[in-house]
Each structure stands twice: as structure tokens, then as C-alpha cells.
Design a protein around this ligand. Structure first.
Ligand SMILES: Nc1ncnc2c1ncn2[C@@H]1O[C@H](COP(=O)(O)OP(=O)(O)OP(=O)(O)O)[C@@H](O)[C@H]1O
Length: 236
């Protein structure tokens, strides 16, 4: 990629529920074509960070910029700037078929390009989404989002409920999306090794704050550092 500006820039972001911050002063930058693994123990604030970045939660402080445009606190502006969130429930409609779910993306050229990328979905087109496996549902969620040509893709709990085989199938697709389409991806993951295997950079949150940030390649070699961050040791 020749683009050098960050596709997603989060500065000093605080957000929470009923006015009580669950994340504080979060700084994150993700370049186009890059994958950031957002890690941390249960309740650290990973989902809250994604929701606030996507405008689903108002910011109590700080700013979010997507593809160069200010989008803080606005789903509409975030969507217009090409920011998409795949929530932990995948955001697919269980009573609709795979084809109907894909049609909802209202892609100008139809949903053919999504099937070219994920041919495994072709034989499932007429199946109701509720009858798909977890991995197939996640592939559908990614395929549907891909039709929107996201510049920034936020994925919450990517591998929740998926078998190791399904995870191994999906992670390279995310890498391809970043490498070939230049999409900036933030991946919230409980499986640290899987996340580090595909990410360029990783951030660990603890009690709503960033406690560790570094290149994924370095953190793969130094698991102790990640371990300590999960217990709240701040190393940056
Ligand atoms: N809807 C809500 N209302 C009130 N508090 C919430 C709500 N959602 C999350 N929280 C609280 O905000 C904090 C951060 O939660 P969040 O879901 O962002 O953490 P997480 O890192 O994604 O956790 P997990 O890995 O368990 O999904 C937690 O203390 C949680 O209890």
C-alpha cells in the first residue's frame, strides 16, 4: 500500500455506560492494510472501545477519525467513512437465507464478489442463516461486510464459538482483506496466539486503559510481557 495516513485514529477516547467510563484515554492508530489485535482480560474494555469507535456509544472524551474524517459519536459518519463493525453476535439475520443476508448489503454489483472471495458460501445460499455453523456464520458476516468495501473493519470476538479449524480458515481471509484491499482491521480476540499470528501490532487493555502496545512479531516472542499486561503491569 502506498497510503501512509492512518485509516483509523483514536485519540484520548473515553466512553462508558450511564456516564461512568469503562475505557479511559485510549490512543490507537491503525494504518491502511494493517491488522491490530486488541487484547485483554474479560471486562478490560475491548468491546466498549469498538462500540465507541463505531459511534454506537457516545464519547465522554477524545476523538475518532476514520479515513481522515472526524466520526466521533456518529454511526452515520463512521459508516459514510467506510468504518464497519462486526459485533460479537456476527450481525447476521438468522431467519433470512445466506443470499438474503448478502442482498441486505445492497452492493451495486450484486453479491457475486463476496462469493468469489468465499466460494464455501455458494452451496449455502438458500440455507437459513440460523442453520449455519458458527464458522459459516462468521464467514457470511465477513463476506457481507466485504461488499461494503470497508476502509476500517472492527471485528469483536472473531473466533467466539469457532473450532480451531474454522479459525484457521478465517484468519488468512482477514490477512488477505488487509493486504489486497488495504482495509485497516481491529481484531478483538480471546485467542492470543491466533490474534498475534495474523496481526501487525497488538494492544492490551486492562481496566479500560492501554497497558501494552507493540509489534505482534515481538510479542509473539515475548509472551511473558503479554501475560504481565493481562495482570495490569504497564510497560509503555
Ligand atoms: N451495557 C453495559 N452497561 C453497563 N456496563 C457495561 C455494559 N457493557 C459492558 N459494561 C462494563 O464495561 C466494562 C468493559 O466491558 P467490555 O464488554 O468492553 O469488556 P471486554 O474487554 O470486551 O470484555 P469480554 O472479553 O468479557 O467481552 C466491564 O466492566 C463491563 O461490565
Amino acid at each position: 500500500m502506498t497510503e501512509t495516513t492512518d485509516a483509523l485514529e483514536i485519540r484520548g477516547l473515553s466512553a462508558g455506560y450511564r456516564g461512568v467510563p469503562a475505557i479511559r484515554d485510549i490512543d490507537l492508530r491503525v494504518a491502511a492494510g494493517s491488522i491490530l489485535a486488541l487484547l485483554g482480560p474479560n471486562g478490560a474494555g475491548k468491546s466498549t472501545t469498538l462500540r465507541a469507535a463505531a459511534g454506537l456509544l457516545p464519547a465522554l472524551g477524545g476523538t475518532v477519525t476514520a479515513a481522515g474524517s472526524p466520526v466521533t459519536g456518529s454511526v452515520e459518519r463512521a459508516t459514510r467513512s467506510g468504518l464497519c463493525l462486526i459485533p460479537d453476535n456476527r450481525g447476521v439475520f438468522h431467519r433470512l437465507t445466506v443470499a438474503e443476508n448478502l442482498r441486505l448489503a445492497k452492493a451495486r454489483g450484486g453479491f457475486g464478489p463476496a462469493l468469489d472471495r468465499f466460494p464455501q458460501l455458494r452451496p449455502l445460499l438458500n440455507r437459513r442463516c440460523g442453520l449455519l455453523s458458527g464458522g459459516e456464520q462468521q464467514l457470511l458476516a465477513i463476506a457481507k461486510t466485504l461488499l461494503l468495501r470497508p476502509r476500517v473493519l472492527l471485528i469483536d470476538e472473531m473466533s467466539m464459538g469457532l473450532s480451531p479449524v474454522a479459525i484457521k480458515q478465517i484468519l488468512p481471509e482477514l490477512r488477505r482483506l488487509a493486504d489486497e484491499d488495504g482495509t485497516a482491521i481491529v481484531l478483538v480476540e480471546q485467542h492470543i496466539d491466533q490474534a498475534l499470528s495474523v496481526a501487525d501490532e497488538a494492544v492490551v487493555l486492562h481496566h479500560g486503559r492501554v497497558v501494552l502496545i507493540g509489534p505482534a512479531a515481538d510479542l509473539r516472542e515475548d509472551r511473558d510481557q503479554i501475560q504481565r499486561a493481562y495482570f495490569g503491569d504497564k510497560e509503555r
